[in-house]
Design a protein around this ligand. Structure first.
Ligand code: AMP
Ligand code: ZN
Length: 146
């Protein structure tokens, strides 16, 4: 086993070396309650394969992992009639608030607009500049894998 898997907290949870409040498990993913419940029912969906972040997924793993999310999301929603929405979040890189470097998807049930959790984006639409946007678009397209 590679060192990064041996020492990884989520690999330890997957191997059963650390307890977790598992809500779903199959051969591809394990879903368990986040230890720090930002909202009640806050769940992490974790691929059993140790991948660091979204940049490390191949197509097959992505389709297998992400295909499981709606089912888990529905179960969480059905678990409490007060859940009226859900944020699904995935942080990649320290700058994007990733703190555990085994990829995971946050499912954050929402109960009201005043949940103690929010993702607020700055409205930058006033600085819209067609040429600038086009350049960004072109560069992304240029780097897209076939
Ligand atoms: P992120 O900051 O996106 O990398 O999220 C990591 C998440 O893992 C945080 O929300 C932590 O509360 C959660 N976490 C860390 N250790 C555990 C653990 N042992 N069991 C469940 N959740 C954990
Ligand atoms: Zn891991």
């Amino acid at each position: 086993m590679a060192d990064e898997e041996k020492d990884c907290i989520f690999c330890k949870i997957i191997r059963g070396e650390i307890p977790s409040y598992t809500v779903y498990e199959d051969d591809v993913v394990k879903a368990f309650l986040d230890i720090s419940q930002n909202t009640p029912g806050h769940t992490l969906v974790v691929p059993k394969k140790h991948v660091k972040d979204i940049f490390a997924y191949d197509d097959e793993l992505a389709s297998e992992v992400f295909a499981r999310i709606p089912k888990i999301a529905r179960a969480i929603k059905a678990s409490n009639p007060d859940i009226i929405g859900m944020n699904i979040m995935n942080n990649n890189g320290r700058v994007a608030y990733q703190s555990v470097f085994h990829s995971h998807i946050h499912l954050l049930p929402r109960y009201s607009a005043s949940d103690p959790f929010e993702i607020k984006f700055t409205d930058n639409s006033a600085s819209y500049d067609e040429a600038k946007y086009k350049k960004i678009q072109d560069s992304i397209i240029k780097h897209m894998e076939a």
